[in-house]
Write a protein that binds this ligand. Structure first.
Ligand code: PMP
Length: 460
């Protein structure tokens, strides 16, 4: 033990070492070391250039080296980086709250800033719960989620996440919440088309609320446009209004997790704007709001809810970095850049163009099963046979190999194989909101090459 401490070795058998030691067995670490970035490109320390087809984990919405954001960061850092919430209000927090709530529109008069998406999920659940308690409705505590779905890595967020792999390990240390099926549109159960399956999934939500006892159900959380968990799933319009009506009927709050879909990525500030008649009660955002320049997450809520909680004794929730001045200054610069450069319109236009180009690739690719998404939140589904919609065998390591081949081709990809391959396997195609048509073409060309190489590997 003494030796271990003296040498600085830890229980992972490495002396510090790369972050990979937490994820991959020794000897299989495979990531190059990043050097720098500019726009949609990153370079490693060997000088190799990569185009970012996924904005990292759908985060770097402005690309890299945005000088307006960097200047705002520097200016705020020179003024003040941190001031305790119990001592001071701070200007960037107020300005960002104003801008974010203006962009979000009616029903979202309050913004609460945390450090990321998982914290935003935790805060949204706790706000909903305190609101119910403050209104004398303390029997409501269950938060229903979707299977599959993803709302974060912390235990509260994991409890509403639909992921059997995580649940198998962590169920004993968290309260696993009930799940309802996500309304997939590509691979459907027998005797269903896209519309009937979405109706079935909405009906399953209502049946679950009733079975659990509506008076015990606090909220339903879902990603309006799916992230990695469903591969950019967009449901038919009637699903969103059905969910809203069901929640209203049973006094259940509707939480939209817009950690990936928010901040302009789908062509509007909130994806919720695509379904204006079925707005949620609470929204969470992260990723794109600070675009990777600093950690930042946000909860949007109506003033009536926040005031009720404040009057009842105050929000029982506060991280050290709540409303952090430096992060809020960065978030403010990011959102101003998104608005001033009209990047939401670019996201809408480039998204349409990207899906058109991907559909062209699909025509000649046996393994590109589906192209779906909204704005620049897109995915392609990988299959072994396009006509049969066959999910690749685990042994084919489709998402891992495609990511590896992509990196070889100077293309950054973000992939997911659902637990046991049950729901399929896909790649997110979510470039930064600044992407040009030319850069979109480059992404599609490198992707087509990557798919061809992989296809020849699995045929061989
Ligand atoms: N919700 C969704 C939809 C996400 O995509 C993510 C991150 N992938 C999270 C929540 C959690 O966010 P974070 O990783 O910032 O904690």
């Amino acid at each position: 033990m003494a030796d271990a401490i003296d040498s600085g070795r830890d229980s992972f058998g490495a002396r510090g070492g790369p972050v990979d030691v937490f994820y991959l067995p020794e000897g299989t670490h495979r990531h190059p070391t990043v050097s720098h970035g500019d726009g949609v490109y990153l370079w490693d320390t060997d000088g190799k250039r990569y185009i970012d087809a996924c904005s990292g984990p759908v985060t770097t919405n402005l690309g890299h080296r945005n000088m307006r954001v960097i200047e705002a960061m520097r200016a705020q850092a020179e003024k003040i980086c941190f001031a305790a919430r119990q001592h001071f209000e701070n200007e960037p927090n107020i300005a960002l709250s104003d801008l974010a709530t203006d962009l979000a529109g009616p029903g979202f008069e309050r913004a609460f800033f945390v450090s990321g998406g998982s914290e935003a999920t935790e805060a949204a659940i706790k706000l909903a719960r305190q609101y119910a308690v403050a209104r004398g409705d303390a029997g409501r505590w269950k938060v229903l989620g979707r299977d599959p779905g993803y709302h974060g890595a912390s235990l509260g967020a994991a409890s509403v996440t639909g992921d059997p792999t995580s649940e198998a390990v962590f169920a004993s240390v968290m309260q696993v919440m009930p799940k309802v099926p996500a309304p997939f549109t590509y691979r459907l159960p027998e005797n269903h088309d896209t519309d009937s399956y979405a109706r079935h999934c909405a009906a399953a939500l209502e049946a679950t609320i009733v079975a659990e006892g509506a008076e015990s159900v606090l909220a339903f959380i879902m990603e309006p446009v799916g992230g990695l968990a469903t591969g950019a799933l967009v449901a038919p319009d009637h699903y969103y209004s059905a969910v809203r009506e069901i929640c209203d009927r049973h006094g259940v709050l509707l939480i939209y997790d817009e950690v990936m879909s928010g901040a302009g990525r789908t062509g509007t500030f909130l994806a919720a704007e695509h379904w204006p008649d079925s707005r949620p009660d609470i929204v969470t955002l992260a990723k794109g709001i600070a675009a990777g320049y600093t950690p930042l997450g946000m909860v949007l809520a109506p003033s009536e809810m926040v005031d009720t909680v404040a009057r009842s004794g105050g929000f029982l929730h506060g991280h050290t970095y709540v409303a952090n001045p430096l992060s809020c200054a960065v978030g403010l610069a990011v959102l101003r850049e998104v608005v001033d450069r009209d990047l939401m319109s670019n996201a809408a236009a480039m998204g349409t163009y990207l899906r058109k180009r991907l559909s062209e690739v699909q025509e000649t690719s046996r393994i590109l099963g589906d192209v779906r998404g909204l704005g620049l939140l897109n995915a392609i589904e990988i299959v072994t046979d396009r006509d049969k919609k066959e999910i690749p065998d685990a042994a084919l390591r489709a998402s891992t190999r495609l990511t590896e081949i992509g990196m070889g081709n100077g293309l950054l990809l973000y992939s997911r194989r659902t637990a046991n391959g049950k729901y399929g396997e896909w790649l997110m195609l979510t470039p930064p909101l600044i992407v040009s048509e030319e850069e979109t073409d480059e992404i599609v060309e490198r992707l087509a090459k990557t798919l061809t190489i992989y296809e020849s590997e699995i045929i061989a």
